[in-house]
Design a protein around this ligand. Sequence first.
Ligand SMILES: [Zn+2]
Length: 232
Amino acid sequence: MAILCDVYLLGMLAVSLRLLYVMLFNLDRYDYRYNRVDIAVVFILSNVLWPLFLRKPRLLFSPEDLFKPEFFDMAAITRNKDKLFENVPLCTNTILYRQGIGRCSTTYGEFVFDADDVEEVLNNKLVKNKHLYSNDEGAIAFWLNRRDKSNNTVCEAPRLWSRFSLLADELLRAGMGSVRCVECEMSIDIKTLVKNDTSGNPGWNFNKLECPNKHLLLEVETMHILMRKDSE
Ligand SMILES: [Zn+2]
């Protein structure tokens, strides 16, 4: 029994040292900003329950995966956005935007906007909502301000700035930009876009733009409604 106890404690010490090494040298300030509680829980549980790792010995040697969020990794998104902001790509007078994966679904729209139009809509938004400077809108404004106004080639808006979708939605509904549906493999007259918006539903509501063949081109969140269940 004493030997088993020694083995357990030695294993705990080894796991503890390995996890501390990962926590010191593999995790960064983004992980600790967004996942501090999860990191602490993983560390404590892993120390106590380390014999369970014997079923997945890979985790003993490379436990980095233990600290990765299973679904939504806000630390990774913020880290990548900061990297993008430090090294913004070239912006030109013509901007291509593809949303790709929307909030819930794949979207099939390809949109081309005049950078002047995007800048005007964005500036109006920022004047009314100054707090957006600290969000994607601020980074997009910085990107647009540095654009090469002598360059008319097409540049693509980084998808990491997911709130560009809100600008795209506003521009398209104001009749600005050109549209292509990847599923139909053809250009779409902006006047024929189908609005399939939701409003007033419990949970998230969306603005959805579809091509005449019902392919979803753009999907943006508009409002989240919380519904209280009346007690019986
Ligand atoms: Zn289509």
